[in-house]
Design a protein around this ligand. Structure first.
Ligand code: NAD
Ligand code: WQD
Length: 338
């Protein structure tokens, strides 16, 4: 298939492009490089032996989109482009609503006008808010998000739902990711956050590589087995493969589908520290800090719907996730700047 991947030089996008190319799909990446590096395209080529087309541009620019869709009859779009920093979204809500929501509406309009009505969207377990129950199934009611970033995901899901109701030619797959970590086993692509990382695994790997002194563990009085927060960490390559499998749902008449992409297994912050140390032999000093605003006790998926309907199941375990995150960080201590 011919696939347009928005946000394709980013963390999850780049791993998905690798899997798409490996399966023989033709890929164009559209990315404005606001949170990624063009050298990712070279790395993707080095891994797969195929160079994806790359267009530097913004999903908010309708002319850019119209030109892409006029030049090529894409079978589908995989839509990763978006801003994702939770704390920043609280400080700059309009920037998030504009980039994520206005950008997505723009994309959907251009797609519709050019007859490309198949889309896979990067949603998030954040749409469940404080989940009504765990493990979380897709039937779990969506909740109150604690930040504008989360609301952009929830609102875009609603926009795509309404679009599929209004026009039966549209097929949309909403993939609700749990906590992606890890990196391609080559160690050539991986997560490359700007500044001090907000998320747990990049913080851990930067402590391991000596860029940061120690990990702050945000709270040890949660209602979990050791008091620290429990999440469903999923290897980014498993997540990427989930997108390739989801392409099979983009058939005439499918309409809207929703899947959790997680492993079904929860790990606490201290479990992650322990597994990282065991997998890499590197010690992670940590201190207990107060809770972080908006955090919940535990969040993990029931991923059985994706297995039943897409034939997809996460295969990579926590040790592999830790080892692969570490290989990427160790080989690229300054990201793509080496
Ligand atoms: P990322 O920041 O690495 O990738 C996003 C990419 O989109 C970047 O390359 C960025 O430059 C690009 N981009 C942003 N705004 C754009 C615009 N207006 N036009 C064109 N390109 C633009 O993030 P990621 O971790 O790879 O996440 C990919 C998607 O998955 C995002 O939509 C994110 O919200 C979602 N998601 C991520 C996580 C996670 O924990 N990483 C979890 C759930 C959902
Ligand atoms: C995991 C656990 C922290 C950092 C976020 C977004 C969510 C989704 C994925 C996009 C929690 C603890 C963390 C640190 C710590 N993104 N922690 N010290 O909060 O589950 O999810 O990323 O959709 O929307 O909210 O992930 O990696 O930030 O935290 O103790 O320095 O690690 O308290 O228990 P989270 P995370």
């Amino acid at each position: 298939m011919k696939i347009l991947v928005t946000g394709g030089t980013g963390y999850i996008g780049s791993h998905t492009v690798v899997e798409l190319l490996t399966e023989g799909h033709e890929v164009t990446i559209l990315d404005n490089l606001s949170n990624s590096d063009k050298r990712v395209v070279d790395r993707i080529e080095a891994i797969t032996g195929v160079r994806p087309d790359f267009e530097e541009g913004d999903i908010r620019n309708k002319d850019t989109l119209d030109k892409l869709f006029s030049d090529t009859a894409y079978d589908a779009v995989i839509h990763f482009a978006g801003l994702k920093a939770v704390g920043e979204s609280v400080q700059k809500p309009l920037m998030y609503y504009e980039n994520n929501i206005a950008g997505t509406v723009n994309l959907l309009k251009s797609m519709g006008e050019h007859g490309c009505k198949n889309i896979i969207f990067s949603s998030s377990a954040t749409v469940y808010g404080t989940p009504a129950f765990v493990p979380i199934t897709e039937e779990c009611p969506k909740g109150t998000c604690t930040n504008p970033y989360g609301w952009t995901k929830s609102m875009i899901e609603q926009i795509m739902t309404d679009l599929c109701i209004s026009d039966k030619e549209w097929n949309a797959v909403l993939l609700r990711y749990f906590n992606p970590i890890g990196a391609h086993e080559s160690g050539m692509i991986g997560e490359n956050p700007n500044g001090i990382p907000n998320n747990l695994m990049p913080y851990v790997t930067q402590v391991a590589v000596g860029r940061l002194k120690e990990l702050g563990v945000f709270g040890n009085d949660y209602n979990t087995h050791d008091g620290t927060g429990v999440r469903d960490y999923i290897h980014v390559v498993d997540l990427a493969i989930g997108h390739v499998k989801a392409l099979s749902k983009l058939k005439a008449g499918s309409g809207l589908s929703v899947y959790n992409l997680g492993t079904g297994q929860g790990y606490s912050v201290l479990d992650i520290v322990k597994n990282f140390e065991e997998a890499t032999g590197v010690k992670i000093p940590y201190v207990i800090k107060p809770r972080r605003a908006g955090d919940i006790d535990e969040c993990y998926a029931d991923p059985s719907k994706a297995e039943k309907e897409l034939g997809w199941k996460a295969e990579r375990g926590i040790k592999e996730m830790c080892a692969d995150s570490w290989r990427w960080q160790k080989n690229n201590p300054n990201g793509y700047d080496d």
